[in-house]
Design a protein around this ligand. Sequence first.
Ligand SMILES: Cc1cc2nc3c(=O)[nH]c(=O)nc-3n(C[C@H](O)[C@H](O)[C@H](O)COP(=O)(O)OP(=O)(O)OC[C@H]3O[C@@H](n4cnc5c(N)ncnc54)[C@H](O)[C@@H]3O)c2cc1C
Length: 473
Amino acid sequence: MTAKSVSKQPKYDYDAIVIGTGPGGEGAAMYLAKSGKTVAAIERYHAVGGGCTHWGTIPSKALRHSVSRLIEFNENPLFQVEEQMKGLTFSQILKHAAGVIRKQVRLRTGFYDRNLVKIYQGEARFVDAHHLEITNPDGSHYILSAETIVIATGSRPYRPAHVDFTHPRIYDSDTILSLEHDPRHIIIFGAGVIGCEYASIFRGLGVRVDLVNTRDRLLSFMDAEISDSLSYHFWNSGMTIRHGEEFSHIEGRDDGVILHLQSGKKMKADCFLFANGRTGNTDMLALANVGLEADGRGLLKVNGKYQTTIENIYAVGDVIGYPSLASAAYDQGRLAGEAIVKGNLDGHLIADIPAGIYTIPEMSSVGKTEQELTAAKIPYEVGRAQFKHLARAQIANTSAGSLKLLFHRDTLEILGIHCFGERAAEIVHIGQAIMMQKNGGNNLNYFVHTTFNYPTMAEAYRVAALNGLNRLF
Ligand SMILES: Cc1cc2nc3c(=O)[nH]c(=O)nc-3n(C[C@H](O)[C@H](O)[C@H](O)COP(=O)(O)OP(=O)(O)OC[C@H]3O[C@@H](n4cnc5c(N)ncnc54)[C@H](O)[C@@H]3O)c2cc1C
């Protein structure tokens, strides 16, 4: 045999290995596979999809959907026949969520299969910069190697050491999905996005909710008017909100819990959801074997190409921190894939990441808040549309809510879009598309000069634009 005819053995098992199959891992794996790379994905859970599909975005949105339909039904006079619809229980709405998860897993498994990305079930840890040890669910292990490794291991709820999460009445946002009894009263500690979304879900089911916030207002990164609207709706629905509190300790009893706050207050309920902070999933990766170190919250640092300080190791998604959204994680995965394939990166994550918060009512925003524009001394004006004045909202009986456009009073450039009410997370994208236009295309007049379908919620843009223009002098 001549030297020429000996086929060259690849140096590694794969061109790339992605650890984790959430949106970050999927984005990277699909980009790399479609670019002709040989790719494997390691996933410790028994199905693909990540925390996003199994414990985070998808189940919480499916639960919220069921609850908001229940509220809509109970509030619509059309359906108030002889008997009001009986309430739903948490276990009942979990069934709908489980059905959605199944469909998502089937769909996403198909992506891996079609793109010939081999999935290995097991937990990965670094042996060195190119070798991973994979531990099977039965405890056995083996080694896989790759030229490039992408860490997309996501995050998990932060658990303070002195809270007993094995107690049957004490939950975090992962374990709440295995809630077996139907509580009449819940305390939620932490009023960030996850805390507020679960507060809406439980209140919608008729559960008494005490929401404890460590800050002085709900979701302080949102435009103040929008977060105040949420506070009002929570208060109006009978929820108790306590701001500016610090956790002291929790007593678990057979029939419930007693929460002690540092302010000296005590609160009693059937169960407790701790939803205050998240930790990056890096502790099982044996990062020291490659000379990487996570920060105190388990997060990794990356450069603009999603590359860690080790040249062939990349990281995307929740494990690198802000914005910790499924939407961004997927884009980061694709961008990391592009950087690996091309060696550089033409694209980047958009600067104005939209926020969609699936409380009841829903909230969404993109761009600057009034507070940010005021602090930056930008002369802006406001255009508003109240949903109650829109035919479509009246027809759908979803008249609580509004759209607020912030625009530069000289250039009419749209600077921020803030929406509160049913379908806010969808509505905001109409304005986002205009706001992202370059070369003068981002102009409030677009909404005045276009023709909208009628009746639609999109019409709120025309109403808000005219309202804003009328304020100019
Ligand atoms: C309750 C809740 C609601 C949310 N709602 C929204 C929302 O409405 N919109 C939104 O955009 N975002 C939302 N998020 C955030 C979103 O879920 C995350 O930003 C997203 O899942 C991050 O994607 P990821 O790929 O980084 O990680 P993940 O989706 O967490 O996936 C990481 C995967 O890595 C696996 N893994 C970890 N370590 C290892 C290892 N050593 N070996 C092998 N596998 C490993 C895990 O099992 C997991 O499957 C929500 C989160 C929560 C908790």
